[in-house]
Design a protein around this ligand. Structure first.
Ligand code: URA
Length: 217
């Protein structure tokens, strides 16, 4: 998989060309801190439909000492209303699974591939994800996490490209631009499949793996 590069390796020129062709935004340089970036994101109007429909932008949360970054898809209704990531049902399950892995949300940075809620919680469109890409890239650079966890297909695609399959990604150790990544199911899938479903078991296992990677880093 092209995105599984070794530490410090730059993306291959053909990948850079593909990004440009998709209209990808470069990292939003010039923001000295996560907080400064969050302020800038709050005024973003690159996606007119999302900017018009949103109540609040949801840049994400970053405890200063966070070494783990969790990346979801996009804010839902409760996140849009509060401006905070993962505060609804998925967020409650995320907290429970983090706790089961020995992790406290207060130690973990949490954000999304999109910072605005898509109307009626529809899937993010490719063009929206690309317009928003620079914000997350800069958040990663500012945070410099030891480990990144992606929740669900959209977040996995942000890192590893369109069409990747979670089952395949879970089967191997992943790196993205030299960083350890654990790709797992979205809590909403775990809720949908129920307590005995495979996604919840996978989510629990994968967050334990992420916690061990953080402890070893
Ligand atoms: N689902 C997400 O992907 N992100 C949130 O912040 C909430 C629900």
């Amino acid at each position: 998989m092209t995105a599984r590069r070794g530490p410090g390796q730059a993306p291959p020129p053909e990948a850079q060309g593909a990004q440009e062709a998709q209209g990808a935004q470069p990292a939003q340089d010039g923001h000295p801190s996560w907080e400064a970036l969050a302020e800038a994101v709050a005024g973003c109007t690159r996606c007119p439909e999302l900017a018009a429909a949103r109540t609040r932008v949801v840049p994400g949360r970053r405890p200063p000492s966070a070494r783990l970054l969790v990346v979801g898809e996009a804010p839902g209704a409760q996140e849009d209303a509060s401006g905070e990531p993962f505060v609804g049902r998925s967020g409650q399950l995320l907290d429970e699974v983090l706790a089961g892995a020995g992790l406290d949300r207060a130690q973990v940075a949490v954000t999304n591939t999109l910072k605005c809620r898509p109307p009626a919680n529809r899937k993010p469109r490719r063009a929206e994800t690309e317009r928003c890409r620079g914000w997350l890239r800069t958040q990663i650079a500012l945070l410099d996490p030891a480990v990144i966890v992606t929740l669900g297909g959209s977040a996995a695609e942000w890192f590893f490209g369109p069409g990747v399959r979670l089952g395949a990604l879970r089967a191997e150790p992943l790196t993205w631009e030299g960083r350890r990544v654990v790709a797992t199911y979205h809590p909403s899938a775990a809720i949908r499949w129920g307590p005995a479903g495979a996604p919840l078991a996978a989510l629990r296992e994968d967050l334990r793996t992420a916690a061990a990677l953080v402890a070893a880093a």
